[in-house]
Design a protein around this ligand. Structure first.
Ligand SMILES: [Zn+2]
Length: 324
């Protein structure tokens, strides 16, 4: 018998589930009663604070003594659901311990940036982010780790990246997309990001927990801009779950993207498509959300992850509960 279609949700903050252990338990029960089995909760947002206890990063001063991540993971466990600890991997903003100590690890990106990034390709950056994931996996009973912003944030031209490519005979200060050698830079950047995912796979295997990733629903454009070759990760067996972020008000486009992405994955990991109940690109009524979920089911996806938890209304949960 095939597995039932799964329901999950992304929560921006571990504080979103309530201000006491009892309140968290009530929130988790509200989700599991509606048929949700996965909560993906952010424990490191782009500014860089850790929303859990760790020695690796600066812990958010707002993080309370009663340890909400631990309470959430234990509550989910009691109610038959899983928690994946979500980090926005390579953005390192105003509260970053990494860039406070070593500012030269910042990515050098073109144009104005709303988010400050660390250089995703740099081994020291990758070692820091891996240590942060390791600390959450060692201290908390989470069921998985979740990768987000697992990409370069466009083209970094920091001293490290320039030197690495200069050693290969390429000057990336002048290299343009139409140059025949441009692909070498793309491949190197993709290989560096993939190397981090490989390390995360080794960590999750060591800990016996799952690995999931939020990725672009349109891989081809992000391969060049952000070095996110998630098709390669799937081919290498690095992920348990792929969550293409398919935040779109237009159901027909959701249908086309999920069918493309399922074809690329070809059964090598579970695809839970990410729908945007409320996101920067979309806002869905309960009826539109249900329609898009039905589209995913018809296409053959294994589940859905809804962005974001705070936007889910009682009407949404009741409608999802009726879908079974
Ligand atoms: Zn760089």
């Amino acid at each position: 018998m095939s597995k039932p279609f799964g329901f999950g949700t992304w929560a921006h903050r571990v504080y979103d589930f309530g201000d006491s252990p009892d309140a968290v338990d009530t929130s988790v029960e509200r989700l599991t009663d509606a048929g949700f089995s996965l909560i993906v909760v952010s424990v490191k947002n782009p500014p860089g604070y850790a929303d859990f206890q760790t020695d690796v990063a600066h812990v958010n001063p707002a993080y309370p003594d009663w340890d909400p991540l631990k309470v959430l993971a234990e509550s989910a466990d009691r109610h038959g659901a899983k928690v994946h600890a979500w980090m926005c991997v390579f953005p390192e903003g105003a509260n970053s311990a990494l860039l406070e100590k070593t500012p030269q690890l910042a990515a050098v990106l073109e144009g104005e940036r709303r988010i400050r990034w660390a250089c995703a390709c740099h081994p020291e950056v990758q070692a820091y982010e891996l240590a942060l994931y390791r600390s959450v996996a060692e201290r908390y009973p989470v069921h998985g780790l979740h990768l987000d912003y697992i990409r370069t944030g466009e083209h970094c031209r920091c001293e490290y990246c320039k030197a690495q490519m200069a050693a290969r005979g390429l000057d990336i200060t002048t290299l343009a997309g139409k140059d025949p050698a441009y692909g070498e830079w793309v491949n190197w950047r993709c290989d560096r990001v993939t190397a981090f995912v490989e390390q995360m796979r080794a960590l999750t295997r060591e800990k016996g927990i799952e690995l999931s990733a939020a990725v672009s629903a349109q891989i081809i454009s992000w391969l060049f801009s952000n070095a996110q070759d998630w098709a390669r990760w799937v081919e290498k067996g690095l992920l348990d779950f792929l969550f293409p972020m398919d935040y779109d008000n237009f159901a027909r486009r959701v249908d086309l993207k999920i069918r493309q992405n399922l074809a690329l994955v070809d059964g090598r990991c579970a695809v839970w498509d990410g729908l945007g109940k409320k996101s920067s690109n979309s806002e869905l009524t309960t009826e539109a959300l249900v329609e898009q979920v039905q589209t995913l089911k018809r296409a053959g996806a294994q589940g859905v992850v809804i962005f974001n938890y705070k936007a889910l209304t009682d009407a949404d949960l009741a409608a999802i509960g009726r879908m079974g």
